[in-house]
Design a protein around this ligand. Structure first.
Ligand SMILES: [Zn+2]
Length: 288
């Protein structure tokens, strides 16, 4: 099944709820970065969180979530946009060797969660909170309530197989609509507590539509949209060439003398762009 996010609203409770299935994009990201141990879990949760928050953006808007802690994973960074494209990485992807299996332990208990949004205004919007639990869904919940001051609840789930690959992943976001009412979101969070854990529902094959139906129960709700989600990076050979030119002719000449080539490795997707000696020599000429 393809990845997608389902957007719903309830007029009765004045809330919106988003339900995402992110198995393919989180698995692809894990494979690209060769994550092991808790890193697979952290990357999947970060990407699903990014996909959910990204689904609230307006056309052409973009956002990033950076979680930096004092644990061995160091940080995770994800970016998403209004078109359902998500990309991201964990600073230290190979955590199995270190024997760290708990995501919150791997992130560390002290740190910051930063959300920045490009809303096509003069300045970027930025919101920062301290890590509360280092469990990504609880920290995103804390961020939305504290920093954006919108009563919200986030729940994320991922199952990882013995090869450190994502088996299934997804998440949901419940949010009050203006005028905000915290108690309604609390009621939905309580309902969620009474349901099986999100990851169990996903493993059993429940779709976002099924989980929405279970969460709303007897309450009427509208499905507004089902939007495809995918792992997509916007790096390219041309962008890498421009980045290389920014370091200047002397530095490029240095690379040429020392290495005979330059390799640009994209942080977000791990694609590698190799520039040969001839290409580097041409760049130097172009710059001089
Ligand atoms: Zn890339």
């Amino acid at each position: 099944m393809n990845d997608y996010v389902l957007r719903t609203i309830s007029k009765e409770s004045n809330i919106r709820a988003l339900f995402a299935l992110t198995t393919n994009l989180t698995r692809e990201a894990g494979q690209r970065h060769q994550t092991t141990g808790a890193a697979t879990h952290i990357l999947a949760d970060s990407l699903t969180g990014g996909a959910l928050l990204g689904a609230l953006l307006k056309v052409r808007h973009r956002m990033a979530i950076k979680i930096e802690g004092n644990g061995p994973a160091r940080k995770s960074v994800v970016e998403s946009d209004s078109y359902g494209h998500v990309r991201g990485y964990v600073a230290v992807p190979d955590l199995a060797a270190q024997g760290v299996t708990s995501p919150s332990e791997a992130l560390g208990t002290a740190g910051l969660l930063t959300v920045s949004k490009d809303l096509k205004l003069k300045e970027l919007y930025e919101g920062i909170v301290h890590l509360e639990t280092s469990e990504i869904d609880r920290d995103l919940t804390y961020y939305l309530n504290q920093s954006e001051q919108i009563p919200s609840h986030v729940s994320l789930g991922v199952a990882v197989d013995d090869n450190h690959e994502v088996k299934i992943a997804g998440g949901l976001l419940i949010q009050s609509l203006p005028p905000y009412d915290e108690s309604v979101v609390d009621q939905f969070a309580d309902r969620l507590q009474e349901m099986p854990p999100l990851i169990d529902m996903l493993v059993e094959g429940n779709t976002p539509e099924d989980i929405a139906a279970l969460l709303y129960g007897d309450e009427p709700y509208d499905i507004l949209e089902s939007r495809p989600l995918s792992f997509r990076c916007h790096c390219s050979r041309e962008r890498s060439r421009k980045a290389l030119m920014l370091i200047g002719a002397d530095e490029i000449q240095q690379l040429l003398d020392d290495m005979g080539q330059a390799v640009i490795d994209c942080h977000f997707c791990h694609d590698r762009y190799v520039f040969s000696a001839d290409e580097l020599a041409n760049l130097v000429k172009e710059l001089q």
